[in-house]
Design a protein around this ligand. Structure first.
Ligand code: PNS
Length: 165
C-alpha cells in the first residue's frame, strides 16, 4: 500500500491545494491530508473548520482522508505508516525552504521521502494568505477557492471586521 501525506495549514484550502491533493491521489493508493495545528500562529479558521472544509471538498476523492496533527510531521508519518510527503512547488522561491524541510524530515525518519509536485501554471501565484488579503479588501477571488469555501471566507472576514469594530 503506497500511502502519502499532503501536509499544510489550509487556512483556507484553495484550488491550488486541491490540484496537488487530486494529483497526489492518482500517484498513491491512499492520501492523508494533514492539517497542521500550530497554536502559536493565529489562523482565520480553527483546525476543526479547516478540516471540515477539506473533508467536504475532497469528498469525491475516495482514497483521500483528512486528519489533524499538532506535533512533528515526521511523528505523524510514523504513527500512520506513511513513507512519502507530497508538497506542491509553485516557484523557485518555494524550493529553498521546501528542500530544507524535506532534508530535515528525511534525517529524522529513515526512508521518509518528499515528492515535489509542480503546481499547475494557473495556480502558480496562489496562496491562502493572498486570498485572505485580497478578499479582506473586497477583491473577488471566488474563482481561486472551492465554491463551498468562498461564503465561509466572506462570513469569517465579516465576523472579524465586526469584532474589530
Ligand atoms: O501550509 P504551510 O503553512 O506551508 O504548512 C506548513 C507545514 C504545516 C506543512 C509545516 O510547517 C510542518 O510540517 N509543520 C509541522 C511541524 C514540523 O514538523 N516542523 C519541522 C519541519 S522540518
Amino acid at each position: 500500500m503506497r500511502r502519502a501525506v499532503c501536509p499544510g495549514s489550509f487556512d483556507p484550502v484553495t484550488n491550488g491545494h486541491l490540484d496537488i491533493i487530486g494529483r497526489a491521489a492518482t500517484l498513491f493508493d491512499e492520501v492523508v491530508v494533514a492539517v497542521g495545528v500550530n497554536a502559536s500562529k493565529s489562523r482565520l479558521f480553527t483546525a476543526e473548520e479547516r478540516m471540515a472544509m477539506l473533508t467536504e471538498v475532497c469528498a469525491d476523492l475516495p482514497n483521500v482522508s483528512v486528519a489533524g496533527f499538532s506535533g512533528l510531521l515526521t511523528d505523524f508519518c510514523v504513527e500512520h505508516d506513511i513513507h512519502a510527503i507530497v508538497k506542491g512547488l509553485r516557484a523557485v522561491s518555494d524550493f529553498d525552504y521546501e528542500l530544507q524541510m524535506a532534508q530535515m524530515n528525511s534525517s529524522l525518519v529513515d526512508g521518509l521521502e518528499t515528492v515535489f509536485v509542480p503546481t499547475s501554471p494557473e495556480y502558480s501565484f496562489l496562496a491562502s494568505s493572498l486570498v485572505k488579503e485580497v478578499a479582506a479588501f473586497g477583491g473577488d477571488v471566488s474563482a481561486l477557492v472551492p465554491a463551498s469555501v468562498w461564503p465561509s471566507l466572506l462570513t469569517r472576514l465579516d465576523e472579524r471586521r465586526t469584532a474589530q469594530g
